[in-house]
Design a protein around this ligand. Structure first.
Ligand code: HEM
Length: 214
């Protein structure tokens, strides 16, 4: 079996299975932990607090804004760009149609795909540089924070190299790195993709019941 057959076949099924089972395992584990019953009389609704904080936290608190501008702007550039290129770029939609969903949807034009890719790159590079150069983030970052960022950077870089669709080896390298990312995902902080609404909601419900304004 050649390397490209391995990447297109068994390794794809293996990494996709680890990703799906790993993510479900972590989510079910987290949700079944439960929490201690709160016997205090609620001052306000916990559910409303959970929902409210989920929406409000998309925007930073004004008290913090001047200190975290860079992370917020770079964070949005990266995440919105990544979302657009992952779900609305023609080659990726083609991939989902063939391997996952069986159907496709409208894609961005090629120029817009390239533009959102550049935007995502800019955001990611700023975030990595900020993590490295800011004394506080540098101190609280561990190996996992860098591995996730560098892996996604390499997937994006090889995606750019595959844009011309001129060499099969470039497509296979891009796909292989995306599979490594799928394997790493459930065991890393990248899980925040799925867990962030729950962690925000947990804090929001806690404060909501106590009538704390967030
Ligand atoms: C700058 C960002 C990216 C660009 C420019 C890009 C570009 C491309 C291109 C041009 C292809 C088609 C290759 C071909 O058919 O020859 C492709 C396929 C693919 N990309 Fe990306 N990509 C990017 C990011 C990502 C990311 C972040 C992921 C996953 C996390 C990803 C996963 C895939 C997969 C699974 C395929 C299918 C490979 C195949 O059909 O063999 N890409 N990408």
């Amino acid at each position: 079996m050649s390397f490209s057959e391995f990447v297109d076949g068994p390794f794809w099924y293996f990494s996709a299975t680890v990703f799906v089972i790993g993510v479900l395992w972590r989510l079910i584990g987290m949700l079944s932990m439960g929490s201690k019953t709160d016997y205090s009389v609620p001052r306000s609704s916990g559910a409303a607090g959970a929902l409210g904080i989920n929406i409000k936290r998309f925007f930073p608190r004004s008290d913090f804004w001047s200190r975290i501008k860079l992370q917020v702007v770079a964070g949005y550039l990266f995440h919105v760009g990544l979302f657009a290129l992952l779900f609305f770029a023609a080659p990726h939609i083609e991939f989902y149609r063939e391997y996952v969903t069986g159907f496709g949807w409208t894609a961005l034009p090629e120029w817009a795909f390239i533009l959102v890719s550049e935007i995502a790159f800019l955001g990611l590079l700023l975030l990595i540089l900020h993590r490295l150069m800011n004394p506080v983030t540098r101190m609280i970052s561990d190996r996992g924070d860098y591995i996730g960022s560098i892996l996604i950077f390499l997937v994006m870089l090889t995606g750019c190299l595959a844009l011309a669709r001129s060499h099969e080896a470039l497509r296979v390298t891009h796909f292989f790195l995306a599979e490594l990312l799928l394997l790493y995902f459930p065991f890393s902080a990248l899980m925040h993709t799925f867990t962030f609404p729950f962690s925000r909601g947990f804090a929001g419900a806690h404060y909501g019941r106590r009538g704390v304004k967030v």
